[in-house]
Design a protein around this ligand. Sequence first.
Ligand code: SAM
Length: 326
Amino acid sequence: MPVCIEVSRELAETVLRELRKQGLLDDLHLVQRRDSSVLIPVKENPGSQVRIGEYIFTAVECSVPEKKKTSVKLPSLDVIGDVVIIRENVLGLWDTSELINAIRQVYPRVKSIWIKELTVDEYRKPVLRLLWGEEKREVVAKEHGLQFKVKLGEVYFNPRLSEEHHRLAEATKSGEVVVDAFTGIGGFAIHIASLKTSLVIANDANPVAYKLLVENIELNKKKLKGTVIPLNMDARELPFILREGLADRVIADLPMWSTEFADVYNKLLKPGGILHLYRLSRDEYLLLEELENAFSNWEILECRIVMEYAPRTGIFRCDLVKSKHV
Ligand SMILES: C[S@@+](CC[C@H](N)C(=O)[O-])C[C@H]1O[C@@H](n2cnc3c(N)ncnc32)[C@H](O)[C@@H]1O
């Protein structure tokens, strides 16, 4: 008989992630929803106590169903709410109806499958083509218990940034002033305000992203400890409306062009402030060379790869400190 812990719905995502990390999740059985709680199968004996952060759960025998054994192998894809997005190049490698069936078998609740053909213009919007299902473009993505409304095709959104959003929120200190200069629909900003009592100025030039940012602040407002101020302008204009040296931290997630805004970051940050700069590069050494030129007075703490972008090209995050002597 499987063994489960019972957790409230609000905690379920966090607990699942922790169990997975600790290797305690029983992945031969299905997680089962009840009215206001969720039964999560675990690799424990009945009566054992499972500690997740400040919570302790007791494992009990349960009757959750066994997972169907499937040998379906899927290409790399993104799941956003009940929508699946696959890359154009995958189509050449698969028979289309086999691909659709395989996706639907693994994700039985999926409502539409889209092909991402390319990413366009300065708003980094994906061009999508419907492969199967409903023409559904409004979806709600979940990240660490937060909700993000997305309009597919009209704004940039990448579910693979979820952990990065959380990592930066953990790195931010309570009380700091943060400028998220290219916030999209608010990923970094809302994560930070959910964990820390910070003031986050969240800006994006895309008017649709701005509208969603405002909606996402409202959607998550009960979970926010800090304050998010939404702005809709070209980041080059920020120094005209924000006090010089106001920010303890600036997030610059515009990997194609982020180094072009060095002046803006310099004006916004206080001496000793931190810049998290996202940048596309083929390798770390080339990137360091580029940064030493663009940010000659700054201390470069480290660069680390955040995700693959294309074969032999990655998106890196570099952490830099503005000189204290200005
Ligand atoms: C890579 S996306 C940001 C993703 C976001 N940080 C996240 O975690 O989901 C870059 C964003 O920068 C915005 N953008 C592009 N040029 C801009 C500019 N000059 N000023 C402000 N925002 C800009 C785009 O609209 C886009 O939403």
